[in-house]
Structures are given as structure tokens and as C-alpha cells.
Design a protein around this ligand. Structure first.
Ligand code: PMP
Length: 394
């Protein structure tokens, strides 16, 4: 048997060893990392709410009134009136009967999928779904069937072949590493045809797409059609936590069956108050979403014009595909030297030979910051041979 030390050596040899970087400032469009101020071009803080004064005030008020901890799990002494208020607010935001809050988005997927399904179920999951969905499926006793990424034909073929007594089709709304949007209309049509329930992980869509930031359903004009809406409070909403919004009976059942809900200390008052305030901001401030959309479209087009391998898309997640992990790491390191932070995302987070720099735009980025970043990216892309030479100098 390999020792743990040997396993670490193997990780190092395969180039997969990861260092933690520590931020020592508030997070705006820039932050202080390892003692230097750098432009953040990879955060999920899409609307810049992480450091919003209104949210900070809400958190401070909640701490003064309720203290810092919830003191227990939700079914014992941890449920506070603020939990109920937030769950009702999530239900109205996502236009569902009920909301249910988990401590993280990861726990929301884990608890919901494994709590809802048993051996009588088959779960159909997109190949590029988030790891928390995959782990939820693995923890469940259900049969787990993976369909090709966004491939409706493959989904239907597999539904015909593996359909069980109960079925669930689960997909990311916006895929976290590519930023593309799931073909939800077709997925819903096929799922309905085969009597399957549907669940959408809108971690990267909530607050970001749709007129009121309600996510993929709203963006595609399909409101109310998905059975279980999952989302996070940790990305565009600026804080932390996860949730689902669904029919009353599903939430009621999950309160009893979702272990990550039942057996973990409930979210703290500051976190709950922050989320309540951020949902209202997200719903009412469409101008910030619009700025994000415009800046993202422009930034993406500029990168494409420089000859980077960047897919088309409409979200603030803009992957610069590099392929080779070592080259991606070098690109990221050189950017950091120039005070721009974009980590390289490598396997196993993404499939083999698809290492990338996952750029994300935030509504709080200034045009000058983005223009400067484009200049640096252009020069480095040419120097490292990453751009194909289109529009690049060298
Ligand atoms: N789903 C997706 C698609 C995600 O990208 C993430 C976070 N990276 C999660 C779920 C988990 O959310 P959280 O970070 O709140 O645990």
C-alpha cells in the first residue's frame, strides 16, 4: 500500500500539486494576495456584493441583535426566525412554494439528491455537472447514469434504456468551468416525455442571468417549469450558503431526509441577514447585471480577436483554453507577476487536455482595469505562443 507521503509525491510528479494563496484584504475588483495588490479576474463575486456596504451593515445589525452563532442544527435549536424569513424570501425570488437553506451549495446538492432518491430511482446527470452533484449521486442508492455534455439525443437514448420507477434529470444551469448555458428547454421537454423530475443547479446563474437575476429558467423564458431549483448564496449573492426552491412536499420531505441539512449546525445570523439583503439588491438592481453582461461580451470578443481559444457565450465566465497544464500554469504565474490573478484550472476539475485560465468578469471592474488586463494578456499570450497570432504582435 502507498503511504500518504508517496501519494503526495505522485500528485507532485503528475503536476497536480496545488498551493493555497491567501487574500489579506477586502475583495473588490482587486485584492491583496501574498502582500501584493492584484487585479482579481477569476472571482465568482460577479456583482461585487462580497464587500457591499449594505450587506456589511445587514451583517453587523444581525450580529448585534442575534449574536454570532446559531448554536444548533436546524431540527434542534438552530432554526432562527431569520432562517424562516430567508427561506420564504428564496421561495418568492425563485417563484416556488418553498425554499430550504443549506450551509453551502455543495451541501445543497449532496443533501437534496441523496435525500430525495433511493434504490427505486435513476438519476441522469450531465457529464460536466459540478462535483457536488456527482457526489450527491454517489451517496444515493439510486442508479447513476451520465449523459454526454448538453447532448439531448444522448439524454433521451439513456432515458429510454435506463429509466427506473422514479427518475431525476439534473443539470447545471450555467456550467461553472465553461460558462455555457444548458439547453434547458429541450431537457425539460425530454424529461416530461419520460416522466422524469428535473433539477437545475443555478449556482452561476442566480443573480447573473434573467431580467431579475432569477437564473436560467428566467433567462430562457421557462419560469416555473423545473421541479427543483438549486442555487448558492456564495457567488453573485456575495456571501455563503446554498438553497433549493421547490414544491412544499419536496422541501418537507427533504427536511427529514437530507443529511447535510439535518446533521450540521445551522447558518449564522450574519450570513442569513446578508443573504436577505443581497436577494433584494439582486432583484432590483438590473443595471449592475446589464453592465456585467456588456463588459463580459466585450472582454470575450477582445480575447477572441487576439487569437485566444475562447468559446462564444453570454455569461461572465470566459475560459481561455490552453490545453497543456504546464503551459497554463506558466501563463497564470506570469500573469501574477504582472499583478493579475487568474488561476489555471486543471484536471481533475476539468477534462484531460482542457486546462484553462477561467476568467470571470465582475460588475465592479472598471473599464481601465479590464483594458489594462487585455494588454497584459495579449503580450503574454503572444510570448508564450498561446494566441494563434490573430491580431497579436508576435
Ligand atoms: N454548484 C456549482 C455549479 C458550483 O460551481 C459550486 C461552487 N463552485 C457549487 C455548486 C457549490 O457551491 P458552494 O461553493 O456554495 O458550496
Amino acid at each position: 500500500m502507498d503511504s500518504i507521503g508517496q501519494k503526495i509525491e505522485n500528485i507532485k510528479r503528475s503536476g497536480g500539486y496545488r498551493e493555497l494563496r491567501y487574500i489579506n484584504s477586502a475583495q473588490g475588483s482587486s485584492a491583496v494576495i501574498d502582500g501584493r495588490r492584484v487585479l482579481l479576474l477569476s472571482s465568482n463575486n460577479y456583482l461585487g456584493l462580497c464587500n457591499d456596504e449594505r450587506l456589511k451593515e445587514a451583517a453587523i445589525e444581525a450580529v448585534k441583535t442575534y449574536g454570532v452563532g446559531s448554536g444548533g442544527s436546524r431540527l434542534t435549536t438552530g432554526s432562527m426566525a431569520l432562517h424562516r424569513e430567508l427561506e420564504e424570501r428564496i421561495a418568492s425570488f425563485k417563484k416556488r412554494e418553498c425554499g430550504m437553506v443549506y450551509n453551502t451549495g455543495y451541501m445543497a446538492n449532496l443533501g437534496t439528491i441523496s435525500g430525495l432518491t433511493d434504490e427505486s430511482w435513476t438519476v441522469f446527470s450531465d457529464r460536466l455537472n459540478h462535483a457536488s452533484i456527482v457526489d450527491g449521486c454517489r451517496l444515493s442508492k439510486a442508479k447513476f447514469v451520465v449523459y454526454k455534455h448538453c447532448d439531448i439525443k444522448d439524454l433521451e437514448k439513456k432515458l429510454k434504456r435506463y429509466k427506473g420507477k422514479n427518475n431525476l434529470v439534473v443539470t447545471d444551469g450555467v456550467f461553472s468551468m465553461d460558462g455555457n448555458i444548458a439547453p434547458l428547454k429541450d431537457i425539460l421537454r425530454i424529461a416530461k416525455r419520460h416522466g422524469a423530475m428535473t433539477m437545475v443547479d443555478d449556482a452561476h446563474a442566480t443573480g447573473v442571468i434573467g431580467k431579475h437575476g432569477r437564473g436560467t429558467e428566467e433567462y430562457l423564458g421557462l419560469e416555473g417549469e423545473v421541479d427543483i431549483q438549486m442555487g448558492t448564496l456564495s457567488k453573485a449573492l456575495g456571501g455563503e450558503g446554498g438553497f433549493i426552491a421547490s414544491r412544499k412536499e419536496i422541501v418537507e420531505y427533504l427536511r427529514h431526509r437530507a443529511k447535510s441539512f439535518v446533521y450540521s449546525t445551522a447558518l449564522s445570523p450574519a450570513t442569513l441577514a446578508t443573504a436577505l439583503a443581497s436577494i433584494s439588491i439582486v432583484e432590483s438592481e438590473s443595471f449592475s447585471r446589464e453592465k456585467l453582461r456588456i463588459d463580459s461580451a466585450w472582454f470575450r470578443a477582445e480575447l477572441q480577436a487576439m487569437g485566444f481559444s475562447v468559446p462564444d457565450g453570454v455569461t461572465p465566465i470566459i475560459p481561455i483554453l490552453v490545453g497543456d497544464s504546464d503551459l497554463g500554469m506558466e501563463f497564470s504565474r506570469r500573469l501574477m507577476e504582472s499583478r493579475i490573478y487568474i488561476p489555471c484550472i486543471r484536471p481533475p476539475t476539468v477534462p484531460k487536455n482542457t486546462s484553462r485560465l477561467r476568467v470571470t468578469i465582475m460588475a465592479t471592474h472598471k473599464r481601465e482595469e479590464l483594458e489594462w488586463a487585455l494588454e497584459v494578456l495579449k503580450d503574454l499570450g503572444a510570448e508564450l505562443g498561446i494566441t494563434r497570432g490573430v491580431g497579436a504582435d508576435g
